[in-house]
Design a protein around this ligand. Structure first.
Ligand code: BTN
Length: 246
């Protein structure tokens, strides 16, 4: 295990922990205290990493990148789903630029390589800030059996070992860029950006739950997923996620 790692990014507050329960809690506390937009809270290891829908996020020491950025975009809280999509685009672009791989995005927040999850994004609105949590599987060489079939890492995909600081810096910039696109150019730009980076948004056979199967039919203007169900209805999926059917 290497000595304590203290990343720095010029012009930005970065609070780094060796071990923490979850960077989401620490970021919420900083947001409450008025932390500036762009402040990052990260950790080498999380003992209670949070995923979506009450799941946990596997966060072993040093092999991944686990951080939360405090964002204060000039957006309505109802645009939070669009921020989630923008963050997925930011991660996609980092993977393309730094690893040369074209990741897939699965609505709303999964970043996939070889159909397995390489990164998860968790967005939450708290204390008048958007907390953007990023969990990137960078140098993991293996996963516990219960995750092995659905998770991968950049190391497993490429055989290379990656420097976390470079990824943190690039992701911080890429997140700013995509959130700026949303605030300046508007929702349509983010919806298009997500759609071109995703094989899941249109014409994909998916299952939502045991009762709901169908073919994806694009994104709604507010960032939700439209689905033509097998019974012919056009419905909008607001929560949860989808799994491939084929
Ligand atoms: C998901 O796909 O379920 C979202 C996973 C988000 C994980 C990241 S790791 C950094 C931040 N801190 C957490 O506890 N969760 C997010």
């Amino acid at each position: 295990m290497s000595a304590s790692w203290r990343p720095s990014i010029p012009g930005r507050v970065v609070e780094w922990h060796r071990t923490i329960d979850t960077t989401m809690r620490a970021a919420a506390e900083l947001a409450f205290l008025g932390a500036a937009a762009g402040t990052i809270v990260g950790a080498d290891e999380q003992t209670a990493g949070q995923g979506r829908m009450g799941r946990t996020w596997y966060s072993p020491p040093e092999s991944g990148l686990y951080f939360t950025v405090i964002l204060r975009p000039e957006l309505d809280v109802r645009q939070l789903p669009l921020v989630t999509l923008a963050l997925g685009c930011a991660v996609h672009d980092a993977i393309l630029l730094l690893a040369g791989l074209y990741a897939d995005l699965r609505w709303p927040n999964d970043v996939l390589l070889s159909e397995k999850k390489v990164c998860g994004v968790l967005t939450r609105y708290e204390h008048e800030a958007v907390l953007a949590g990023i969990g990137l599987n960078l140098n993991h060489e293996s996963f516990p059996p219960e995750l092995a079939g659905q998770a991968t890492s950049l190391k497993l995909e490429t055989g290379r070992t990656f420097a976390r600081e470079e990824w943190l810096r690039f992701l911080a910039r890429s997140i700013d860029t995509q959130v700026n696109i949303l605030t300046r150019a508007g929702a349509d730009s983010v919806l298009s950006a997500f759609t071109v980076r995703s094989t899941y948004t249109e014409r994909r056979r998916v299952i939502v739950d045991e009762q709901t199967r169908g073919t994806t039919a694009g994104l709604s203007p507010d960032g939700f997923l439209r689905l033509r169900t097998d019974s012919g209805d056009l419905v909008t999926i607001h929560a949860g996620g989808v799994r491939p059917l084929d």
